[in-house]
Design a protein around this ligand. Structure first.
Ligand SMILES: Cc1ncc(COP(=O)(O)O)c(C=O)c1O
Length: 419
């Protein structure tokens, strides 16, 4: 018999195998200073384009004050226990009511973490006779939620309504045999490439098929729609979303999440979400902090306006300079370049060391081989000067990439990696 750890000693996994070349710099980097448009990385000032603080609330003085006061009042433990047992409070209820109203649903339920919360939502919504149909590029939390499902599941091609329709036909046939129902899952905004889920087209399929629709709107909440209620509001189909999910980890600049739906559905879910029934409730300083943040999202439209001013300047500037930013329809701003992984590493090093630009880098196997994706998240904190400096830096790194400089600089890394 083998030692359980034997495989771990041999194979660190698809990302872990890069640890010796990447850790501390490309992965697990340590950004220092207050969360802001400018922070420090390895002692150098950098413009940060990799923090999902869309509305700039993370370090807003009013938010900091409420967070600090709530922490002073309640400490970090209160309330103890799961919501169902001893972790429930009037403020959790107030937050739920306000969230539900904001996203135009009858009821909401606050979750301690988004990832586990949506997994449990999927788990609770489907039984073994039901069928899940979901976008193949769905976030890991959706995939893990689907993994819990004991029945059939189908993926449809990314944001491809024709493929969804084909899979709904298959799912409908199957559901007729099993006697179950169908759950369709999409994201409101796909966080890597920035496209909005085709919520309107998907919702229109309800005329032809019988299914319920769950949307993970992590990146849409606070950033899209006239009031900031997200991708459903933006596309005019919020009512067609049967279960709406968003995390506090992005526009709300905090921890926690929520689901919103008809009251009867939320009443069911709050008794059936295993990750909430058997785990500690969201702490009070986070609940109070969420109430403050939500109030600011509702009453300070200038936050979203500032955000979009930066998004538009960055995306237009990149396009005008001939950069490929793909098909983004949101704040998420990807820049696609051609190059190998070692070249990508040299390029990012140049961006950080010589231009003071910090953005995320995504390479194969997350995207096709030979492509480099630099992913930028603009925020309301950024300035037009940040955008200008960044555009200038991007033009410079593209020139160097095309001249073969990064290939030469990374030749030894490439040899070591067998590239
Ligand atoms: C699309 C999406 N769904 C869910 C989550 C998980 O949310 P949380 O960070 O609250 O666990 C994330 C990441 O934050 C996300 O990007």
């Amino acid at each position: 018999m083998r030692d359980l750890f034997e495989k771990i000693y041999k194979d660190k996994g698809p990302l872990g195998k890069w640890a010796s070349q990447a850790e501390g710099y490309f992965v697990f980097p340590k950004l220092e200073g207050h969360i802001s448009n400018r922070m420090k990385f390895q002692g150098k000032d950098v413009i940060t384009w990799s923090i999902n603080d869309y509305l700039g609330l993370a370090n807003h003085p009013d938010v900091r004050e409420v967070d600090a006061n709530a922490s002073q009042e309640y400490g970090s433990a209160y309330p103890m226990g799961a919501r169902m047992m001893s972790g429930h409070t009037a403020l959790h209820e107030q937050l739920q009511q306000e969230l539900a109203k904001f996203v135009n649903k009858e009821a909401a339920y606050v979750l301690n973490f988004g990832y586990q919360g949506i997994m449990s939502t999927i788990d609770a919504l489907v039984g073994k006779d039901d069928i899940i149909v979901y976008d193949v590029d769905a976030h890991a939390c959706i995939i893990d939620g689907v993994r819990l499902h004991m029945g059939k599941r189908f993926t449809y091609k990314h944001n491809d309504v024709e493929s969804l329709e084909k899979n709904l036909e298959r799912a409908t046939k199957m559901a007729e045999q099993t006697g179950g129902g169908i759950l369709v899952i999409s994201e409101g905004v796909f966080g890597m490439r920035g496209e909005q889920g085709k919520l309107k087209e998907i919702a229109a399929l309800k005329n032809k098929f019988n299914f319920r629709f769950l949307v993970d709107d992590a990146h849409g909440f606070g950033t899209l729609g006239p009031t900031g209620a997200g991708a459903g509001e933006e596309q005019g189909v919020q009512d067609e979303i049967d279960v709406y999910f968003a995390t506090f980890a992005k526009s709300m600049a905090s921890t926690g999440a929520f689901i919103a739906a008809d009251k009867e559905i939320i009443d069911f879910l709050k008794y059936n979400l295993r990750s909430q029934m058997f785990a500690k409730s969201l702490q009070m300083q986070l609940v109070k902090g969420a109430l403050k943040r939500l109030d600011m999202i509702k009453t300070m439209p200038e936050l979203k306006q500032n955000l979009w001013k930066i998004v538009n300047a960055l995306q237009t500037g990149l396009k005008e300079r001939g950069f490929d930013i793909g098909t983004t329809q949101s704040c998420v701003t990807p820049v696609y370049l051609k190059g190998s992984i070692p070249e990508a590493m040299a390029l990012v090093k140049d961006l950080r060391e010589n231009h003071g630009i910090f953005c995320s880098i995504v390479v194969y196997p997350v995207i096709p081989k030979g492509l480099i994706l630099l992913r930028m998240i603009p925020t309301a904190m950024h300035t037009l000067k940040d955008v200008e400096e960044t555009l200038h830096a991007f033009s410079s790194i593209r020139e160097r990439l095309n001249s073969g400089l990064y290939k030469r600089l990374s030749a030894s890394v490439a040899a070591a990696m067998g590239e």
